[in-house]
Write a new protein. Structure first.
Length: 271
DNA sequence: ACTGGCTCCTGAGGGC
DNA sequence: TGCCCTCAGGAGCCAG
């Protein structure tokens, strides 16, 4: 479900309810997520005060004085703040109970998400150490893409979705950014001019920033940490618009599977 | 070193 | 109503 804008929307929604608050209890109903939730969390997190609510790529980081909880929402995960005694649903796997009487509740039907724990600086954790730059940072630009693309033969869409190249570009925004930049999604990454990568980097920043501003994309039932839906879906130009007219030229939007992921593009506007 | 394919899991929707 | 198939917003892992 969540792409970077949804994760950032969630972060902003939950942060004011967590920062400076003490964890009073931890309820784990289902330990088997993508990786088992480590037992170390059970007796270390309760009692701790949340000192930071950060995001790196699509990982949410909850800092305490003794370690950092690393959360990932996978395809179908969401976080909500609920009163402690709120009835539990089938896929409500974890409650982090807070001194305010609220609980941060992790719901994830498909269980592709994760909840891990590290006592090192989180950015040194093996899942985070090798990640590429944040797309909205100055470290990410066209030159970075152009350098990294040198000699690469895979489709540019798969290239920009590789978190070692740049983080946070998921399946929706990859299609959207390539349309905005006028680049065909199957073009080989190493056969794109640097000037076009400048445009693509700008489009990636633009589409992600715009989506964050609107609270993320609601495809089915995404809600941010404050329970409000996102409003970006209505602005999507190509994603999930198979056969509908291109907003620029009117040609029907085409669909194709690229690297096992559905992709959408306009054959006239993207080369 | 790259690349493509597979994998985890549940639920929704379409065809019959 | 039910069965079977395909697909879904992620991304680590593995063989070739």
């Amino acid at each position: 479900m969540p792409e970077l804008p949804e994760v950032e929307t969630t972060r902003r929604g939950i942060e004011p309810h967590l920062l400076g608050h003490r964890v009073t209890g931890l309820v784990i109903r289902q330990r088997r997520l993508r990786w088992p939730i480590p037992r170390a969390l059970d007796h270390t997190l309760p009692g701790q005060i949340i000192r930071g609510v950060r995001r790196r790529a699509k990982y949410l980081l909850l800092d305490t004085d003794v370690g950092t909880a690393i959360l990932h929402l996978g395809m179908s995960g969401s976080l909500r703040l609920v009163p402690r005694d709120t009835p539990v649903g089938k896929h409500d796997h974890v409650d982090i109970q807070l001194d305010s009487g609220l609980s941060l509740r992790l719901t994830d039907p498909r269980r592709f998400g994760a909840l891990l724990w590290t006592t090192e600086p989180a950015e040194q954790h093996e899942l985070l150490a090798e990640l590429g730059p944040e797309p909205l940072s100055d470290a990410f630009d066209g030159a970075h893409l152009c350098n990294a693309a040198h000699g690469r033969k895979l489709a540019v869409k798969q290239f920009i979705m590789d978190s070692h190249i740049v983080v946070g570009v998921g399946n929706i925004y990859a299609s959207e950014a390539l349309f905005m930049a006028g680049i065909h999604p199957t073009r080989q990454a190493g056969r794109i001019a640097c000037a076009r990568y400048d445009a693509l980097a700008k489009c990636i920043k633009q589409v992600l920033a715009a989506s964050i501003k609107m609270g993320g994309t609601t495809l089915r039932d995404f809600v941010g940490g404050d329970g409000q839906p996102g409003y970006f879906k209505q602005t999507l130009r190509v994603y999930d618009r198979l056969g509908e007219p291109c907003h620029t030229c009117g040609a029907p939007i085409r669909g194709k599977r690229i690297g096992q992921r559905s992709s959408f593009y306009c054959v006239n506007c993207q080369r």
